[in-house]
Design a protein around this ligand. Structure first.
Ligand SMILES: Cc1ncc(COP(=O)(O)O)c(C=O)c1O
Length: 379
């Protein structure tokens, strides 16, 4: 059973230190069972009943995420989208929500689609402005304020504590997509968030080999029980092998994120001085509009994600991505290998992303190699 330590890096490295009581194994077994035996009197005193509702393999990774996020409980999901959409699907039909203009595009599209079909009402606002949020919330009517910080792919920063206060004053919950920062850098619950979401596909797993999601609740309350029921009845559960791989990935979370942050800061500074780069979007640069808030609510670094705007527009950006040799041209983020992506092509018509923008996910390679490769590709 876990021995408590005050340092999250220690908790992560030891995955809370759980030992298999029957064998002493320091890595717990993978549970593949879909069903569990009842007691002779028809009860389930040992706990689990059926694999869609219960998987003993979830206990350790969920407890670890809860501990790293400083919450009351966590739930694993089959993907980040499954986790995020479970939050919206657990609201009353037709609920009013406020979401950022700049956020993960598939979720923005899903929310907009839900609003078009009348499942919810939404206002998309500039979430870097607390005044804009204050004007958008409808006291007594807004049920949820969704935030993502730093937000994909401009890495704009939301003041989580300020947003939580506005949401709570209006009687709404505050949810934070903490995928880009990870709990290493930001703990939204300490800043007032009610629910924290991760695409665990990204930093939590960190090896580009598992699609997974998680939610962490600040309280084990009625809304949390609704989310638990939404997962079990909706059926978007994580497979056993993916659960095992995710826990293994989380053991190195701190090393990976610390390294990615250091390298991203160096790359951002090098790109800011490059004559073919028109702008660098990274909260770690003092000129970034969200730098001061990020410095307050992120500890130990500004993340491994940044974007550059290439001189010469869309064609020059796409040509730059075509010329890299070390960086991989691929979507996603938060893995050990560095990725580059022309984001406007991915998001398609109507995207708010500038067409000269390349999104960079910094991995754990040597940062000099990464800078040299990008500089050569820029020409
Ligand atoms: C910030 C953010 N949130 C949510 C998601 C969705 O996660 P998944 O792909 O695991 O469903 C992503 C995926 O790219 C993301 O970057």
């Amino acid at each position: 059973m876990p021995r408590n330590s005050s340092h999250p890096a220690t908790l992560a490295a030891q995955a809370l230190g759980w030992i298999d009581p029957s064998t002493g194994a320091v890595v717990l077994p993978l549970y593949t069972a879909t069903t569990f035996e009842r007691d002779p009197d028809n009860q389930y005193r040992r706990g689990p009943s059926y694999g869609r509702a219960d998987n003993p393999g979830y206990n350790q990774p969920e407890a670890l995420i809860t501990s790293l996020e400083g919450g009351a409980a966590s739930l694993l999901f089959a993907s980040g989208m499954a986790a995020a959409t479970a939050v919206f699907r657990s609201l009353p039909l037709g609920a009013h929500v406020v979401a950022p203009q700049i956020m993960y595009h598939s979720l923005r599209r899903w929310i907009a689609g839900g609003a078009a079909e009348g499942h919810l009402k939404v206002d998309f606002v500039d979430m870097t402005s607390l005044d804009a949020l204050r004007q958008a919330v409808r006291p007594g009517e807004t049920r949820l304020v969704w935030t993502e910080t730093p937000a994909n792919p401009l890495w704009s920063v939301t003041d989580i504590a300020g947003a939580a206060e506005i949401a709570h004053n209006a009687g709404a919950l505050l949810a934070a997509d903490n995928t880009a920062a990870s709990p290493v850098l930001t703990r939204p619950i300490e800043l007032g968030a009610d629910v924290v979401m991760h695409s665990a596909t990204k930093y939590l797993n960190g090896h580009s080999d598992v699609i997974a999601g998680s939610l962490t609740g600040a309280r084990d309350d009625e809304f949390w029980r609704k989310l638990t029921a939404t997962r079990s009845s909706g059926g978007a559960i994580l497979g056993s092998l993916e659960t095992y791989l995710l826990l293994r990935g989380m053991r190195t979370l701190y090393l990976r994120v610390e390294r990615a942050c250091r390298s991203a800061q160096r790359i951002a500074e090098a790109m800011a001085a490059h004559p073919r780069v028109a702008a660098v979007l990274y909260p770690g640069l003092p000129g970034h509009p969200g730098h001061d808030i990020a410095a307050r609510q992120m500890r130990g670094g500004f993340g491994g994600m940044l974007s550059i705007r290439v001189m010469g527009g869309e064609a020059a950006a796409i040509e730059t991505a075509a010329r890299v040799r070390l960086w991989k041209r691929a979507t996603s983020l938060g893995g050990v290998e560095s990725l580059v992506e022309h984001r406007a092509s991915v998001e398609g018509p109507g995207t708010p992303v500038p067409s000269d923008l390349l999104r960079l996910s910094v991995g754990i390679e040597d940062s000099d190699d990464l800078i040299a490769d990008l500089a050569a590709a820029l020409g």
